[in-house]
Design a protein around this ligand. Structure first.
Ligand code: 5AD
Ligand code: SF4
Length: 475
């Protein structure tokens, strides 16, 4: 089998004609072909997968959660840490026996990891049973590429860096209550550890009109919790024909009629403005929770990370938000073991965590990424040391998280009931405006509704409570 590598494929837009051509291949089949999708990594990937699923549905596919009965297996991959990449390689390796049993099975790999040429090369050389590989820029060309992979008798690789996420892609959303809405793609920040700007390309904002139309459609379809997504939502608006910043966009979306609430992520501290904080404070639709990744509490490390703020700037921002937004909560991302991080630097991170009192942290061991400046820095930290620091940090945060949750006992929170709590057919689960998971007894008819819940007990990752208008006995 020969192979096509198309580094300069034309930037096709979403192509309904190709979709029809794939659909026509299934004519006469008694049942639709089945696709199995697996998504690695961040919410942006989850949102992308909903579009890939939408395209597959338009191309005549049904869906299964059992890989062994699938006609097409698609992995949407993540490149942000080595661990995620190794999991993908392992899971692709495990597909070999499925392909041997059913040679007509089509195996597709896409997403951030595939946009790296050394990864695509490794797949080309060592995983000959993978049929189609494409990077983040080729999303809109999926029907074209799939058609070629199904009919051409050749493997297809599209690593072109041309092509922006097109408007109007079909979408098949996972949930009925919560929805992801991408407002921008790519990143211009080049934090020195991060691969994202290399694999997702330059920042590109969708127009406010497109975003408002999508948000309006979601609200009309009954979605109650909408998260505006971007690698750095605070720099939304660069390059738009009509000037608009993120605070302005938030106000416009929040002004749409309907019973819903708005979240957003991720915010970069360097672009988080007072205007944004005031916008959150001034709207009852915008949730009082900010995911504000600090990455490190040491100014020396922040400089080496190319983050463009100091510890003091960050703490001032937190203080302003606490003063202006009642009940605001913060979560953050932290990297431990960045090159040259000393015990003193790490302790500066621990002290910042204690000072801010986050509700929750996403903490990561630094992972060198080929092509990023930090991977070439002297002073890489030993794995054992990085792991020990991570454990120490998790312990510090766990005590803080529990204290934060205990402080909620007795308070009544507005909760959106999302479904049954894990392993329960009696308890419902939902989130407060501050993004705390709240479990409470309730009738399934409440799912999809906002209701007041009085917190009765703090757990590790959640709180428990009782609906406030009912006289339910204490848990
Ligand atoms: N190593 C460890 N963590 C990383 N992140 C991004 N790149 C790396 C890396 N090379 C983390 C950052 C970012 C989150 C999404 O992933 O904390 O905010
Ligand atoms: Fe990566 Fe920094 Fe961009 Fe976030 S802001 S995606 S950490 S480069």
């Amino acid at each position: 089998m020969s192979e096509i590598i198309t580094p300069t494929a034309p930037a096709l837009l979403w192509a309904p004609d190709r979709t029809e051509m794939v659909r026509a291949l299934w004519e006469g089949r008694p049942t639709p072909p089945l696709a199995y999708l697996r998504t690695y990594g961040c919410q942006q990937n989850v949102a992308d997968s909903e579009h890939l699923a939408g395209m597959l549905a338009a191309m005549g596919y049904g869906f299964t959660d059992r890989p062994e009965e699938a006609d097409l297996i698609l992995f949407n991959t993540c490149a942000v840490r080595e661990h995620a990449e190794e999991r993908v390689f392992g899971n692709v390796g495990a597909l070999k026996h499925l392909k041997r049993r059913r040679p007509e099975l089509l195996i597709v790999l896409c997403g951030c990891m595939m946009q790296q040429s050394q990864v695509a090369e490794r797949i080309r050389r060592s995983y000959p049973y993978v049929d189609l590989v494409f990077g983040t820029h080729a999303m809109g060309r999926f029907p074209e590429l799939l058609y070629r992979a199904l009919t051409g008798g050749e493997r297809v690789f599209d690593l072109s860096e041309e092509g922006e996420a097109p408007e109007g892609l079909p979408v098949r959303r996972e949930g009925k209550i919560k929805a992801w809405l991408s407002i921008m793609h790519g990143c211009d920040n080049f934090c020195s550890y991060c691969i994202v700007p290399y694999v997702r390309g330059r920042e590109h904002s969708r127009t406010p009109e497109a975003i408002l139309e999508e948000a309006g459609g979601l609200i009309a379809a009954g979605y109650r919790d909408i998260t505006l997504l971007g690698q750095n939502v605070n720099s939304y608006g660069k390059g738009l024909a009509e000037p608009m910043n993120f605070a302005g966009l938030l106000r416009q979306v929040a002004a749409l009629p309907g019973d819903f609430r708005l979240r957003f992520m991720t915010s970069h501290p360097k672009d988080c403005t007072e205007e944004l904080i005031e916008t959150i404070a001034g709207s009852d639709k915008i949730c009082s929770h900010i995911h504000l990744p600090v990455q490190s509490g040491s100014d020396r490390i922040l400089r080496k990370m190319n983050r463009h703020y100091t510890r003091e700037d960050y703490l001032r921002l937190i203080d302003t938000a606490r003063r202006k937004i009642p009940g605001v909560s913060f979560t953050s991302d932290i990297i431990v073991g960045f090159p040259t991080e000393t015990r003193e630097d790490f302790e500066a991170t621990l002290s910042l965590i204690r000072e801010v009192e986050y509700d929750a942290l996403f903490s990561f061991i630094y992972s060198p990424r080929t092509g990023t400046p930090a991977a070439r820095m002297e002073g890489q930290i030993l794995e054992a040391e990085k792991s020990a620091r991570l454990r120490e940090l998790l312990d510090v945060q766990q005590a803080i998280g529990i204290r934060r949750y205990e402080a909620l006992v007795g308070q009544t929170l507005r909760v959106l009931a999302e479904g049954y709590a894990k392993d329960s057919d009696r308890m419902l689960t939902g989130r407060s405006d501050a993004n705390t998971i709240v479990n409470f007894p309730g009738d399934p008819s409440l799912i999809g509704r906002f209701l007041p819940v009085t917190v009765t007990r703090a757990r590790n990752w959640a709180v428990e409570g009782v609906p406030a208008e009912e006289n339910v006995p204490k848990l």
